[in-house]
Design a protein around this ligand. Structure first.
Ligand SMILES: Nc1ncnc2c1ncn2[C@@H]1O[C@H](COP(=O)(O)OP(=O)(O)OP(=O)(O)O)[C@@H](O)[C@H]1O
Length: 363
């Protein structure tokens, strides 16, 4: 099976060397890394705004760049949608005209009509059509910018920190739209972010960039629970991501019981019916480790497992992260290195993970 996204490029930008190599079949692939790690440069290379010295790029099997074969598809022929930090709408055009501008670039053979309705519905912008961008909130502007990119019928959507210029309330407002976009449209998305919480919630796949190189790539669920990728595991909001299904509700306690591969977990009541799929996130700092089965403890969620991997203590810090294999699912726990030494933790050892709280990603 061909990967939706195949990238292997190298390019020198002044003193900065970018050498990125990864493939992804995910719906939303996040490029994650700190400032200056090369995320925007890589996105510009994918978009065709920078021609790299060497490499190959293929999207859904379509080769856009192959330096060995002398192939370089120019940016206007790549059919790649680009959403930036700021919406960059045309201020003198209405929302409707801005959206139609995007459609102008769509392949002429495609039927449109119902697509506009789908995009308006997906992004909740139907009531804004006659407004000018100056009268939209930051979140509304970004939704229109996403709509404009979608109506050009791209084969790939690039989103470069689309939430970075929004405050927390606007971010929370737009996240569900990006989830719907990821789940409802068949367009692969490459999403740049340096927020662990954002990629944990949105990304199916992760590519971790550091100083111009890919230091890890794979499924978000796998990477988020690895103690050996410090860019992720050492972040304050580090934590594991698990797929879950609602098993039943316990209205008398205001709880819902979820089934995950790691075992059952209980969370505050959810509105969705039993059987619904969810994604849960367990922060590493919310997991305690016990060597004995526990009794008389207030925490509702205790999962049994074995120590898979013990991360290194960071220089100048007292904490380290531990990967726990719970029935094939991975959980990340953050302990002080003193506690880990005190418990004598070793790979393969049986332990109980006490989970203080579980958060639910998405609606
Ligand atoms: N045209 C250029 N000439 C020389 N150096 C450049 C050029 N463009 C980018 N760089 C350097 O390349 C490095 C990567 O920059 P890039 O913008 O890709 O990083 P980033 O991960 O997107 O950062 P941020 O999260 O801050 O946007 C930086 O050190 C930057 O200074």
């Amino acid at each position: 099976m061909t990967n939706a996204i195949e990238i292997a490029v190298s390019h020198q930008l002044g003193a900065f060397a970018l050498a990125a190599d990864f493939t992804s079949n995910g719906r939303l692939t996040a490029l994650f890394g700190r400032s200056g790690s090369g995320k925007t440069s890589l996105v510009n290379i994918i978009a065709g705004l920078i021609r790299p010295q060497r490499g190959r790029i293929a999207i859904d099997g379509q080769v856009l760049l192959d330096s060995e074969r002398g192939i370089f598809v120019p940016k206007h022929k790549r059919r790649i949608g680009y959403v930036f930090q700021e919406a960059r709408l045309f201020p003198h055009l209405t929302v409707r005209q801005n959206l139609l501008y995007g459609q102008w670039f769509a392949p002429k053979t495609d039927t449109v009509g119902s697509e506009i309705a789908d995009v308006l519905d997906l992004l909740g912008i139907g009531h804004l059509l006659h407004r000018h961008p100056g009268r939209l909130s930051g979140g509304e502007k970004q939704r229109v910018a996403i709509g404009r990119a979608l109506l050009a019928k791209p084969r790939l959507l690039l989103m470069d920190e689309p939430l970075a210029s929004l405050d927390e309330a606007r971010k929370a407002e737009i996240l569900p739209y990006i989830e719907r976009l990821r789940d409802a449209f068949g367009i692969p998305i490459v999403y740049v972010s340096h927020s662990v919480a954002e990629v944990a919630r949105l990304a199916s796949n992760l590519v971790v960039l550091d100083q111009g190189s890919v230091i890890a790539s794979g499924s978000t669920i796998d990477l988020m629970s690895r103690p050996d990728v410090p860019l992720l595991s050492a972040a304050p909001e580090a934590g594991s991501v698990l797929d879950a299904r609602i098993l039943r509700h316990e209205p008398e306690h205001g709880l819902s019981v979820l089934e995950t591969q790691a075992g059952q977990v209980q969370v505050p009541h959810r509105a969705q019916p039993p059987g619904s799929q969810l994604r849960v996130r367990i922060l590493a700092s919310d997991v305690l480790i016990s060597l004995q089965p526990l009794q008389g403890i207030s925490a509702l969620n205790v999962l049994s497992g074995t120590i898979a991997e013990i991360g290194a203590r960071r220089s100048g810090g007292s904490a380290l992260e531990i990967g726990i294999d719970c029935n094939g699912a991975s959980l990340l726990a953050r302990l002080t290195s003193k506690s880990a030494a005190h418990l004598g933790l070793k790979p393969g050892q049986s332990v109980y993970a006490v989970v203080k709280s579980v958060s639910i990603d998405g609606q």
